[in-house]
Ligand binder design. Structure first.
Ligand code: ADP
Ligand code: F6P
Length: 319
């Protein structure tokens, strides 16, 4: 019987389970057997696999994390291990693998495709930092979680007339910070893509104090970091008591939102259609709200311009 593999790799993201379910069900519906590969490329190298039947993916569409577990497998960057993985795929009789992860996972998928195992990458990361797609699985859930957390932080910032500096995830990308910053009405948003600095924000705070603004939220992207120092500098320069909060991994967990479940399901289904047509070495993405696919190497070379317009909207209506 024809067999398709599925694995999750790199940082987990809410919605990965919905993608695993979609891949499994779509493949079974087309007459395939499905092999779940545990802990990313590690599981492929070490034969950690599980047969996924229709009911094995029941009751997971709503769950965060990844039931297949995930890992960052450094060995897989070496060709020797890619060839070892190819042998494992032959032993498992796989016609192809759906790899759910970020850029690094796609590099591995391109290598494995080159070695003769057709792979399809699905963008799974909260960071939305994959250039070929306007949306990545997990992004919406992470942003909603961060927004809810900052709404709570605002209650206490307001009660104490304080400034709260909140650091959100995103690695080197400011997408989460931008959208969350706008959604929580942050007076300042610091992201690696824009050259706004803390002195600009302090000047804005001083102006806002004149119109009786008494508490402030500043969202800092992980790529900027130094939230504690930023809070201390604000307090020293403005006299406003300031606190820093790093939201951290809370943003990676929790039940996926409707958007993440829907996009993950669409992308998972689409990936199986590609493999079923004998197509590999592709990444699935979203452009203009439509599901599309690209050659992996071309996808990795693409650039995604930052939404400077949205940044200016956020900046001009929060003071
Ligand atoms: P994250 O951004 O959460 O680290 P990635 O999708 O970038 O997620 O995952 C990185 C993982 O991808 C690595 O740990 C490794 O297992 C895998 N990988 C495979 N080949 C490569 C490669 N050539 N370069 C980088 N990562 C690779
Ligand atoms: O890629 C997702 C992400 O959460 C980034 O935002 C962050 O930089 C990184 O992973 C943290 O990774 P971990 O704590 O799992 O090593």
């Amino acid at each position: 019987m024809k067999r398709i593999g599925v694995l999750t790799s790199g940082g987990d993201a809410p919605g990965m389970n919905a993608a695993v379910r979609a891949v499994t069900r779509a493949a079974i519906a087309k007459g395939y057997e499905v092999i779940g590969i545990k802990r990313g490329y590690n599981g492929l190298l070490h034969g950690e696999t599980v047969n996924l039947g229709v009911r094995d993916v029941s009751n997971i569409i709503q769950r965060g994390g990844t039931v297949l577990y995930t890992a960052r497998c450094l060995e897989f960057k070496e060709w020797e291990y890619v060839l070892k993985a190819k042998e494992k795929c032959d032993e498992l009789d796989l016609v192809g693998i759906v790899v759910i992860g970020g850029d690094g996972s796609f590099r591995g998928a391109a290598d494995l495709s080159k070695a003769g195992v057709p792979c399809i990458g699905l963008p799974g990361t909260i960071d939305n930092d994959i250039s070929c797609t306007e949306y990545t699985i997990g992004y919406d859930t992470a942003m909603n979680t961060a927004m809810e957390m900052i709404d709570k932080i605002r209650d206490t910032a307001m009660s104490h007339d304080r400034c709260s500096v909140v650091e959100v995830m995103g690695r080197n990308a400011g997408w989460i910070a931008l959208n969350v910053g706008l959604a929580v009405g942050a007076v300042g948003i610091l992201v690696p893509e824009m050259d706004t600095n803390i002195d600009d924000i302090i000047a804005k705070m001083e102006e806002s104090k004149k119109t009786r603004k008494q508490h402030f939220i500043i969202v800092v992207s992980e790529g900027i970091g130094h939230s504690e120092e930023i809070a201390k500098k604000i307090e020293a320069k403005t006299g406003i008591e300031s606190r820093a909060t790093i939201l951290g991994h809370v943003q990676r967990g929790g039940n996926p939102t409707l958007r993440d479940r829907v996009v993950a399901s669409e992308m998972g289904y689409y990936a199986v259609e590609l493999l079923d047509k004998g197509i590999g070495n592709r990444v699935v993405g979203m452009q203009n709200h439509k599901i599309v696919d690209f050659d992996i190497k071309e996808a990795l070379a693409m650039k995604k311009p930052f939404d400077e317009n949205l940044y200016h909207v956020a900046d001009s209506i929060s003071f």
